[in-house]
Design a protein around this ligand. Structure first.
Ligand code: GLU
Length: 491
């Protein structure tokens, strides 16, 4: 269903990451839903870097976040807005709230507030600010200032306030002012003639108003913030956006996915060998059900063509490694050998493989044939390194291979095979039927079954009794001359 924003104007959504860490999978999934919605509605997907926590924000995290979004294919519109550059506007809004009586200075010291919370805990009450400085007289204020006390700025939250909104995911929502913990701090402690650092709920509202955001799509851990923010919209006489709170990503135990679960940042998934396409595809499935008949494997553009919030689930989305691996395998298998080669070349190059000028290993045709051979069995791109390893470097002999090679008949067959191989011109390509004939000949010469020579050849070439199709493996190794070298070393 297409719908217009609250104000009836174009759809404008935003992702508002804090650059205090690398791009988390949860943030990336929020980005995904924002992007899908914007693209479906023909709207704008904006970025705002929430870097007001100067102690924890780092430029390298901003770079990591932008790079991760780009890699996933989540292109944003316009230049990212930098929150810290807008502090003047945040302070002006706080001043406006002070002037209109919606906000006031609270002189309660840290020690007094701690004592208040301890009292509440002792009485088994939920922690909340008891609004003690809400209606100080001018004299009381002067007395605190004379004492040299600093003040936070708090926004009044009437206990009786009733806050409702129609959430695109969760339906009708209702909160009471009394559930919000008392009057909320919107600016940190500072001398009473100043406005201290503005805080999250206030700055988000000011920025969302200023950026004309029509829909706020974010994780359900922000629901209580939404209730508070709606009161701020009212106090600032601004039309609120439409809200959509998306389900959290859960680990196997059903708890919110966190650093303790190991891999959580997009760059880590990338380093493990997941493709952007599979990860993006998987993230859309974390909390959204595609329409009937669409299956689970699709591109971002295909998802954007049908995305809506009616198919976003309310329940948390459990992270399912098996499904992600399956999708990644599907993407890799569908790539085709040349595209797979393009993706693997930089990973191979890290090992110094595939770059030796003039060698078979650097020959694109050889590399494409290698990709055709290993491609169908890859789950992660990184598997394309492990599976290519015995084609670029000589593997050690495993115990089972040694045992096979120690067998007398097997050894004789391998000797016969090497003899015929050495008679071939080194640069002449070996064809499949010719190779088959050589195997038969060698088996006959040594008086063993063809199966024995095949098993032995595999042991000699790969150092293992396992591996991909033997004939193709051999033909590839023959092109780089490795077959003769590897057989010789076993005799
Ligand atoms: N910087 C906030 C966060 O990363 C933004 C939340 C919001 O979308 O309002 O959680």
């Amino acid at each position: 269903m297409k719908f217009a924003s609250a104000a009836g104007s174009a759809v404008r959504v935003r992702l508002a990451p804090s650059p205090t860490g690398t791009l988390h999978i949860g943030t990336a999934r929020t980005a995904m839903f924002n992007w899908l919605f914007a693209r479906r509605q023909g709207g704008q997907f904006l970025l705002r870097i929430e870097d007001t926590d100067s102690a924890r924000s780092k430029p390298e995290y901003t770079a990591n976040i932008l790079e991760g979004l780009q890699w996933l294919g989540l292109d944003w519109d316009g230049e990212p807005v930098i929150q810290s550059e807008r502090i003047g506007e945040h302070r002006a809004a706080i001043q406006q709230l002070l002037d209109s009586g919606h906000a006031y200075r609270c002189f309660a010291s840290e020690a007094e507030l701690t004592a208040m919370r301890e009292q509440q805990a002792a009485h088994k009450q939920a922690p909340r600010y008891d609004n003690r400085h809400r209606d100080l007289s001018a004299e009381q204020q002067q007395a605190y200032i004379a004492e040299g006390r600093q003040a936070t700025i708090r926004f009044r939250i009437a206990d009786a306030a009733s806050i409702t909104w129609s959430d695109l995911v969760r339906g009708e929502m209702a909160w009471k002012g009394s559930d919000l913990g008392g009057d909320m701090v919107i600016a940190r402690r500072a001398p009473a003639d100043q406005i201290g650092d503005p805080l999250y709920n206030l700055v988000v509202v000011v920025d969302d108003i200023s950026m004309a955001i029509s829909h706020v799509i974010r994780g359900e851990d922000h629901i209580a913030n939404t209730a508070k923010q709606l009161l701020l919209y009212q106090a600032l006489a601004a039309e609120p956006p439409v809200f959509a709170h998306t389900p959290l990503i859960l680990n196997q135990e059903g708890k919110k996915l966190s650093k303790r679960d190991g891999v959580t940042s997009v760059s880590e998934f990338r380093a493990m060998g997941y493709t952007a396409e599979a990860l993006a595809n998987y993230m859309t499935l974390l909390g959204w059900s595609p329409p009937e008949g669409m299956g689970e494997r699709f591109s971002l553009a295909e998802a954007a063509a049908v995305f809506d919030f009616e198919r976003v689930n309310r329940a948390g989305a459990r992270f399912d490694w098996e499904k992600l691996n399956w999708l990644n395998g599907q993407v890799l298998h569908g790539l085709g050998p040349e595209s797979l080669r393009q993706q693997l070349l930089p990973l191979w190059a890290e090992h110094g493989w595939g770059t030796e000028p003039g060698s078979a290993w650097a020959d694109p045709a050889w590399q494409i044939d290698l990709c055709s051979l290993i491609g169908p069995s890859l789950t992660l791109l990184a598997d394309g390194v492990e599976q290519a390893r015995p084609f670029f470097t000589t593997p050690e002999l495993e115990q089972a291979a040694e045992t096979q090679l120690a067998n007398d008949g097997a050894r004789a067959a391998l000797e016969a095979l090497l003899e015929s191989l050495l008679k071939l011109l080194p640069e002449a390509p070996l064809e499949a039927d010719q190779a088959q004939a050589l195997l038969l000949e060698a088996a006959m010469a040594a008086g063993v079954k063809k199966g024995v020579i095949m098993k032995t050849l595999r042991a000699a070439l790969l150092g293992s009794l396992q591996g991909p199709d033997l004939l193709t493996t051999w033909l590839l190794l023959h092109r780089s001359g490795a077959d003769r070298v590897r057989i010789s070393r076993c005799l």
